[in-house]
Design a protein around this ligand. Structure first.
Ligand SMILES: [Ca+2]
Length: 506
């Protein structure tokens, strides 16, 4: 090769690299059957250092975010474990898959559903589950090593984890003295190493599976149960945080006065939990310790991906089933319809789509978008009728104008239905019969001032009511309502709401 010819070749290559066309070709240059590693944490809100949290430390997931795309405006479809997970795995809104509680299974509601991992199975993949993917009762299912709501057709292999949970040896404390139920805030700063507890055991199993599956295309789903209560983690993770320095969310004293009565006192901090400012600090330390423990287990699985030579042809997804209130709005836990309970952390790492790695998309997205995204990334045809939209445009350009979704739809207990747009959060309760909330997110991002009764916002309220009515029809409300009719009772219309059962059973 002459010197001149070498220069021409060199310029030609540089020219190609700088064009859009080359980038698109590179984007399409995916492995024939990329693997999928789907990691889902339980009851985790966006308390990740990579999502800008000031105190919680998640170095391993931050590293994943650096080699993936973060979604900063990702919302669940129902802020409770069973419903959200059934929605993710079916790619359908809860009104359509009829899984509006932690009761029953997705397959009982939809015998012919093709779940996300089942689609991969049907296309020659080996699909495996470790621990909680569909609903499991925490801690009772972990204590027993069982799962009651699993979907066997979703997996070639399923591994349950049996761990000590609140019975682990160590320093045990209860931070919510008034709450005597199974979901109270108990923590154990535990003796022993990572693998003595549920998520460490899950990571061990996942690592073993990776070694076993590395020569065939796989879909590996790993469910970590922390930071779901009980907040059990080895002591070294508690030691990452100084209890006295824990900062509780700032909440105006009268925040709940303008919230509809049906939900105003639900899981309220003082009356339901008895959490004092001092106890609140210990509760936050225990939650963050549990998150850091979970983060370390995710890190171990991600390291095993590298060690097995699988990092370049494996799509990694990390998320949670729903958000979680930690004193936000003077409330705790889930089933609320405020931002902190609908929004989840969401990271997608696609090794061959690296143009936007390290960036965050602020476009509105929903967890149901995951199923069509994985189908498109793997070149598979998903079943007809999925409700979500592939996130691929945002993986190529986090601000893509090709992304047209304008609203996220989340429902909850007590007939709660909520629409989140860029400007508004509109929520109605009792299917529209028990009050409204309207938050002007541009001027009130904390959702503190309900404008639903403010005449100045009447036009916006009407518009959002109309949008929500359309959205819930599209989500399958009518079909669900036909099977769950509003019954006449002592002259009063009262919806039969199976969701009420959830409270004592999550
Ligand atoms: Ca308020």
């Amino acid at each position: 090769m002459t010197k001149t010819f070498r220069l021409i070749v060199c310029f030609a290559i540089v020219g190609c690299l700088s064009t859009e066309g080359w980038a698109q070709d590179a984007a399409n240059d995916r492995p024939a059957k990329p693997n999928v590693l789907f990691i889902i944490s339980d009851d985790l809100n966006t308390a990740l250092s990579g999502f800008g949290h000031a105190q919680c430390k998640t170095p391993n997931l931050d590293k994943l975010a650096d080699r993936g795309v973060c979604f900063g405006n990702m919302h669940c479809q129902y802020p409770v474990c069973g419903s959200s997970r059934a929605s993710i795995m079916s790619g359908l809104y809860p009104y359509t898959n009829h899984t509006l509680a932690n009761e029953g299974t997705l397959r009982e509601s939809m015998p012919d559903v093709v779940t996300m991992s089942q689609m991969f199975r049907n296309n020659g993949y080996y699909a495996a589950r470790v621990s909680k993917i569909y609903h499991m009762r925490i801690p009772s299912s972990i204590l027993a090593g069982t799962t009651e709501h699993d979907d066997p057709l979703s997996w070639d292999e399923a591994i349950n984890i049996k761990g000590p949970e609140q019975h682990a040896a160590g320093e045990a404390v209860k931070w919510s003295p008034k709450d005597t139920g199974a979901q109270t805030f108990r923590s154990v700063s535990a003796e022993g190493d990572d693998s003595v507890h549920a998520d460490g055991m899950a990571a061990d199993q996942a690592i073993e599976l990776l070694g076993k599956m590395k020569d065939k295309p796989f879909f590996l789903a790993v469910g970590f149960v922390r930071p779901h209560v009980p907040l059990v983690a080895p002591k070294k993770y508690f030691d990452l945080y100084n209890r006295e320095e824990m900062i509780a969310p700032e909440v105006p004293a009268n925040d709940l006065d303008d919230v509809p009565k049906i939900i105003r006192k639900y899981k309220e901090a003082a009356s339901h939990y008895g959490v004092t400012p001092e106890l609140h600090k210990g509760l936050l330390q225990a939650y963050y310790a549990s998150v850091s423990y979970m983060d370390a287990q995710a890190g171990r699985v991600l390291a095993a991906l590298e060690e097995n030579g699988l990092a370049d042809n494996t799509i990694v997804v990390f998320t949670s089933d729903h958000g979680y209130l930690l004193g936000h709005h003077n409330k705790f836990q889930k089933q609320h319809l405020f931002e902190e309970s609908t929004r989840v952390p969401f990271i997608v790492s696609v090794p061959w789509l690296d143009k936007q790695h390290g960036n965050t998309s602020h476009k509105i997205t929903e967890l149901i978008d995951l199923y069509p995204t994985l189908a498109e990334l793997a070149g598979l045809t998903p079943p007809a009728g999925l409700h979500g939209t592939s996130l691929l445009p945002l993986l190529n350009d986090t601000d893509s104008t090709a992304w047209t979704k304008q609203q996220a739809f989340t429902i909850s207990r007590s007939g709660g239905e909520s629409l989140r747009t860029d400007q508004w959060r509109f929520t109605q309760w009792g299917f529209g019969k028990s009050g409204y909330e309207l938050y002007d997110l541009k001027n009130d991002p904390g959702e503190f001032t309900n404008q639903a009764n403010n005449p100045e916002y009447a036009a916006s309220l009407k518009q959002m009511q109309k949008q929500l009515e359309q959205k819930r029809l599209q989500a399958g409300y009518q079909g669900w309502r036909a099977q769950n009719p509003i019954k006449e009772k002592s002259g009063q219309k009262k919806p039969k709401d199976r969701r009420k059962k959830v409270e004592t059973n999550n």
